[in-house]
Design a binder for this molecule. Structure first.
Ligand code: FAD
Length: 318
């Protein structure tokens, strides 16, 4: 954490290092032994963000078509045809931002795998339960393990608790049937009570999961298809709420054929390494998750597999 603080300072970012007593004065947990605090960040409610963006689009006169999945994209002269079960849209330009959903360009299925991340939400805490943990500041918290948890409080006094496992299902498994997993919910609950034993007996009112567009370098990538008439931006690996804004600006630059400061970045010009086909894909991902678990149990020490992956600039995360 000290290293991280120093590195952040070199970019002009203020990370405050908290010793055990300082962390405990904010949030009481036997597991929290030190922390880094960023006083200058805010939490975003992604549902409100999506509703706000929708409102902004409608105010600009943009037409939104819900429940109309595009099943195929085809190049047609100077246009791209987007086929849906209800009809076909002829577009001069297409910005493809399908996240972890099955991609519409075959090549993308080698670069992005859907990985499921699960979340629990408690009932509102009683005043006594609240008193037992402190946490008056509404801070968003995540732990420093390779398989990390994230947690935050809500305006109506609940605790959201999620993360840890990043579950990959065979052959890019995807769909609503994977959005609940009793096994994952039970494991998350067990971890919750290890973090906050003083809340023993608290019940969870909500539990859900969602897919994350994981790529092998943890950061998004871009590209074009159909002679530059289609651009894509994917691979946000669980960190897209803020970063998709940048992703969209790059897509617009690409669709306009403009060279900008953004399109000149190495990060924008390069692609991650593709995932191998099954069964190597599953074997590689499960071996990596197992190795990360071992590193977490072993004071962070990485085995040979993780060291080789690091050397190649490869990783796996949610
Ligand atoms: C449990 C969970 C926790 C997360 N926590 C965080 C977090 O703390 N911080 C963070 O930054 N990110 C987090 N994320 C990730 C974040 O939600 C995503 O990175 C972000 O939503 C990606 O935005 P997007 O616009 O690329 O995709 P989305 O918001 O998923 O939008 C993609 C849209 O494309 C539509 N679509 C897909 N395929 C088609 C098709 N064929 N035809 C028509 N429409 C289609 C979908 O319906 C959807 O509306 C989390 C994700 C999950 C699941």
């Amino acid at each position: 954490m000290r290293q991280e603080q120093t590195q952040a300072a070199s970019f002009g970012l203020n990370f405050e290092l908290l010793e055990r007593e300082q962390v405990q004065s904010l949030i009481r947990s036997p597991l929290f032994i030190a922390g880094l605090k960023r006083p200058d960040v805010a939490l975003v409610n992604p549902a409100r963000l999506a509703w706000g963006l929708r409102r902004a689009c409608l105010d600009l006169g943009i037409r939104l078509y819900e429940n109309s999945p595009v099943t195929k994209l085809e190049e047609d002269g100077n246009f791209v045809l987007a086929r849906t079960p209800h009809g076909c849209v002829r577009a001069a330009r297409v910005a493809l931002a399908t996240n972890a959903f099955p991609p519409l360009l075959k090549r993308l299925s080698y670069y992005v795998v859907p990985v499921y991340d699960y979340v629990l939400m408690t009932e509102p805490l009683t005043p006594a339960q609240r008193e037992s943990i402190g946490w008056r500041g509404r801070e968003g918290v995540s732990d420093a393990s390779r398989q990390f948890h994230y947690t935050r409080t809500t305006a109506d006094g609940r605790i959201l608790w999620g993360g840890y496992d990043a579950v990959y299902y065979w052959n890019n498994g995807f769909g609503p049937h994977l959005e609940t997993s009793q096994r994952e919910f039970e494991r998350l609950a067990e971890h919750f009570f290890q973090a906050f034993p003083q809340l023993e007996g608290v019940r969870f009112s909500h539990a859900w999961g969602g897919a994350i567009d994981t790529c092998s370098r943890f950061a998004p990538f871009w590209g074009t298809a159909h002679g530059g008439k289609t651009a894509y931006s994917l691979g946000f690996t669980g960190l897209g709420v803020g970063a998709t804004r940048f992703g969209a600006k790059v897509m617009l630059d690409l669709l306009d054929g403009r060279q900008t400061e953004r399109t000149a970045l190495d990060f924008v010009r390069t692609q991650p390494l593709p995932f191998p086909p099954e069964p190597l894909r599953s074997i590689g991902i499960h071996l990596t998750r197992w190795s990360m678990d071992q590193a977490d149990r072993n004071g962070g020490r990485e085995n040979l597999w993780l060291r080789v992956m690091n050397r190649l600039g490869l990783g796996f995360d949610s």
